[in-house]
Design a protein around this ligand. Structure first.
Ligand code: NAD
Length: 487
């Protein structure tokens, strides 16, 4: 890996503290950082280098996977860190920043490889990119790259504008858009799971699969993010990005021996194949809902409307379920159901594949009591794959389901941010959202946003601590299915 300078905008923020510094430290401990590197934290707070290094060390103590207890290693890591006060719209301040970056490059005798990370509110993305350009920070004799956080736009138009703005300074191959679901080991594993296992590969189509169900349920409510969430809702916060990315990773059917580019171009192919849902038809395929008071994990909790910071009479969706069709010959007739919500019964991110129950349709069926075979890919909180088959109970003579579990994760596995930042440092964009995928996702979501804005589909209620409204069950029942794997 090439030596580089890591310039972090928003280094005093929540994400930097909880995820980015721990990720950099863990990469360092695991010898996945370059031999020489410089980290420059930017913010408005009045830290100096020493006080900022202490602040970073505290974040490692609290959040790092590898406990920072080896003094020599911790000190060596902290020595690479400098702090610079910069207000993002202070044009002159970027000249000072350039001087600092160049000074560190010459002290460490490293090439001008510069990684810019925007861990700040999205309204600052444009102004920072402009200033990187205007100040000369972006004129490097080495490479320059940009890591950017979600949200990438608020709708199709704003996402396009943002992309146009950024592309004045950064070429597409220099931009690494984080969708942290793509950093989850089980999601990354999907490409190998379906392409490196001939047994699975041969089943991954509409001849064998009846439907696919992708769930991302949370137990928490809006927490401290009420102001942000009330203008975002589940459709923007979860569906446009994470849910559709997981769907793309699931629907990919790649041959063995594929390249990183194959993964991205196949994801784009799937994104293009998503059957559009018009604003007028949204009510047929989409269920939106909001939680009311209920009991979560044995505790009475208030409804969304009563949460502090939520506008009176808010129509924001805290739950969305959707039926998605992928117009590709291998997925013809297979509904992909997605479902995400806050204040649901359990925290779970999973993909459930229900296989066709051919026995039920067979004229010579003698074992019609068998359950459909089922494959559950659990992404969070556990990482495991569970296969459900049928077996005969010798005592009763009846068929009954049996399951086999393949546990993937261990406690000390690298976290999503480690994997993603490590990939970006290596220039590997496989598990980042390409602009084409982002644009296609917004295109798919846009008519649904408009239907929500016009209230042209009902806003259902669901009690906190449940799996969502009845309408979500009815959506699957239309094809004779039901949500699988709920506790
Ligand atoms: P935060 O509010 O905790 O931190 C924002 C940072 O921006 C702070 O360091 C602050 O000092 C800095 N900042 C604000 N205004 C500034 C200005 N005018 N000039 C210079 N610096 C300024 O936010 P966060 O939670 O760390 O999130 C950062 C980004 O990551 C946001 O885009 C957010 O949407 C995204 N994100 C965060 C999380 C998370 O878990 N925190 C998850 C996903 C995405």
């Amino acid at each position: 890996m090439e030596a580089m300078t890591f310039v972090l905008f928003g280094s005093t923020g929540d994400l930097a503290k909880r995820k980015i510094f721990p990720a950099l430290y863990n990469l360092y401990v695991d010898r996945k950082m370059p031999e020489a590197f410089s980290i420059i934290g930017l913010g408005r707070k009045s830290f100096n280098d020493a006080t900022f290094q202490t602040y970073v060390e505290q974040s490692l103590q609290e959040f790092s996977r590898n406990t920072p207890n080896d003094r020599k290693t911790v000190d060596a890591f902290l020595r690479s860190i400098r702090y610079h006060i910069l207000n993002v719209d202070d044009t002159a301040g970027y000249q000072e920043l350039l001087k600092l970056v160049e000074q560190r490059e010459s002290e460490l005798n490293i090439p001008q490889n510069r990684m810019f990370y925007m861990s700040v509110a999205p309204e600052f993305f444009g102004v920072i990119a402009d200033n990187i350009n205007a100040s000369g920070l972006g004129n490097t004799s080495g490479w320059k790259r940009l890591i950017i956080e979600k949200p990438f736009g608020h709708d199709l138009e704003s996402a396009r504008q943002l992309n146009q703005h950024l592309s004045k300074t950064f070429a597409e191959e220099e931009v690494f858009r984080i969708d942290h679901y793509l950093g989850k080991p089980m999601v990354q594993n999907m490409e190998s799971f379906t392409s490196a296992n001939p047994v699975i590969q041969s089943l991954w189509n509409n001849r064998h699969i009846a439907n696919v169900q992708i769930t991302a349920s949370e137990v928490v409510g809006v927490e401290e993010r009420a102001g942000y969430y009330d203008h975002t809702g589940a459709i923007r916060d979860m569906v446009q990005n994470h849910m559709l990315q997981v769907l793309m990773m699931t629907a990919m059917t790649l041959p063995g021996g594929h390249t990183a580019d194959d993964v991205r171009s196949h994801k784009k192919y799937i994104a293009k194949a998503l059957r559009p849902i018009s604003k007028e038809d949204a009510h047929k395929h989409i269920v939106r809902a909001q939680y009311v008071n209920g009991v979560v994990s044995g505790r009475e909790v208030q409804g969304y409307q009563d949460e502090p910071g939520i506008e009176l009479g808010s129509n924001t969706d805290t739950f969305v379920a959707a039926r998605v069709w992928v117009d590709d010959f291998s997925w013809e007739g297979v509904p992909f159901y997605i479902r995400t919500g806050k204040r649901m019964k359990e925290k779970s991110t999973r993909i459930v594949i229900e296989f066709k129950n051919t026995m039920q349709n067979s004229e010579i069926c003698v074992d019609c009591d068998g359950q459909p075979n089922m494959l559950t890919i659990s992404i969070n909180p556990e990482e495991k794959i569970t296969l459900q088959l049928n077996r005969r109970n010798v005592k009763t003579g009846l068929l009954e389901p049996m399951t086999s579990e393949f546990v993937m994760g261990t406690d000390n596995d690298p976290e999503a941010y480690e994997l993603l930042i490590g990939d970006a440092l290596n220039g590997d964009g496989t598990f980042f959202a390409h602009w084409d995928e982002v644009e296609l996702s917004w295109q798919w979501v846009q008519p649904i946003l408009e239907a929500f804005a016009d209230n042209s589909l009902p806003l259902h209620d669901y009690a906190a601590g449940t799996y969502g409204p009845e309408a979500s069950d009815a959506l699957l029942a239309e094809q004779g299915f039901r949500w699988l794997g709920d506790q």
